[in-house]
Design a protein around this ligand. Structure first.
Ligand code: NI
Length: 246
């Protein structure tokens, strides 16, 4: 149930029985030689829309752009500063809240969005008035079992085969090219130390990861995996969101 495909009267009627809304958030950034620039936004959007349909809950237009300063040396990346991003999220929430929305379920597709989203949630949350729930689509057990089964450690950190599989199911398959060979593996310690996309400055990041993959063997992606991941994530998000909205 897309918000942008409703009329205002339909939204007013909706609010009589449901004060929840799902807001997909992503990033517009390089995703290696075979990953689409919009990967993070497409994944969050596809899952949010399918989950919203399943539980008859409105889904806001995707906040496609987020903070991705570390990828700015790769052409096509668009990055919002953290303050700008927080301001955008705050205004979306405050505006919708003034119209009667109360429960804001953020479905995230990009690690670096998490810290600013939590900051805004802390600032704006008011019991019974403005409530936040922030989940990334890979937070759920059923999704992680598939990622582990399909790719093991080759899931890596960025331009992951799982996210690329989802975009293959939703949009198109790009031939692997130089991503046909595995990337340099990264350690569990590296993943932990760089959680939430805490990467270095753009030139350094491109020097360290010249083709844009961070430990992820993107070429393991398959559209059929994407369909299964979409189904698992949709069911998980729908269940979690419905339970939370009540
Ligand atoms: Ni991504």
């Amino acid at each position: 149930m897309r918000l942008d495909l409703q009329t205002w009267q339909e939204v007013e009627r909706y609010l009589l029985s449901n004060r929840g809304i799902i807001i997909p958030v992503g990033s517009i950034e390089q995703h290696g030689p075979m990953g689409l620039i919009g990967t993070d936004a497409f994944c969050a959007q596809a899952i949010a829309r399918a989950a919203g349909d399943q539980i008859k809950t409105l889904v806001a237009p995707t906040v496609a752009m987020g903070p991705a300063p570390f990828n700015m040396s790769f052409p096509g990346t668009i990055s919002l500063g953290v303050d700008t991003y927080c301001a955008v999220i705050s205004e979306i929430v405050l505006g919708l809240s003034s119209q009667g929305f109360q429960k804001f379920y953020f479905l995230n597709g990009h690690g670096a969005n998490l810290a600013p989203l939590k900051t805004v949630a802390k600032e704006l949350s008011r019991p019974e008035l403005i409530e936040f729930r922030i989940r990334s689509w890979w937070d759920f057990d059923a999704v992680n079992r598939l990622r582990q089964d399909y790719y093991g450690d080759w899931e890596g950190m960025h331009a992951t085969p799982s996210e690329i599989s989802i975009t293959q199911a939703v949009h198109r398959v790009v031939e692997p090219g130089e991503a046909a060979s595995p990337p340099n593996p990264i350690s569990a310690e590296f993943i932990k130390a760089h959680a939430g996309d805490r990467h270095g400055p753009p030139e350094e990041h491109r020097r360290d990861f010249p083709d844009g993959r961070v430990g992820s063997h993107s070429a393991l992606a398959r559209p059929q995996h994407g369909e299964a991941l979409l189904r698992a994530a949709t069911d998980a998000v729908a269940g979690d969101c419905q339970h939370w909205i009540g």
